[in-house]
Ligand binder design. Structure first.
Ligand code: ZN
Length: 99
């Protein structure tokens, strides 16, 4: 439990300094990249109480510009549904501080 709290606090710190990708978060905080998405989901819910906001720069296809706005907000899609391109820009995250 304490480990979880400190991981989430570290992610919070990384996102305040962001924008960062899930890969950046995994490297900065020392957790597996595939665990980052669920932490971000929890974090985005808990931020509603603090006045801070999790901002997401969505994943996008580098070939046609398609943006993944709804699906897989926190993870990297493997391919573009529009042009079937495989060069996908990673989603980036940061926290907008409380005003
Ligand atoms: Zn595309």
């Amino acid at each position: 439990m304490e480990r979880h709290l400190s991981v989430r606090a570290s992610i919070h710190r990384a996102l305040l300094d962001g924008p960062v990708t899930a890969h950046d978060v995994s490297r900065l905080v020392g957790i597996p990249e595939h665990d980052v998405a669920s932490h971000l989901e929890h974090l985005s819910r808990s931020l509603k109480h603090t006045g801070e906001e999790l901002r997401i720069d969505p994943a996008a296809c580098l070939d046609c510009g398609f943006e993944f706005r709804r699906r897989q907000r926190f993870t990297r899609p493997s391919g573009c549904p529009k042009c079937r391109g495989r060069r996908i820009r990673f989603p980036r995250f940061h926290i907008e501080p409380q005003r």
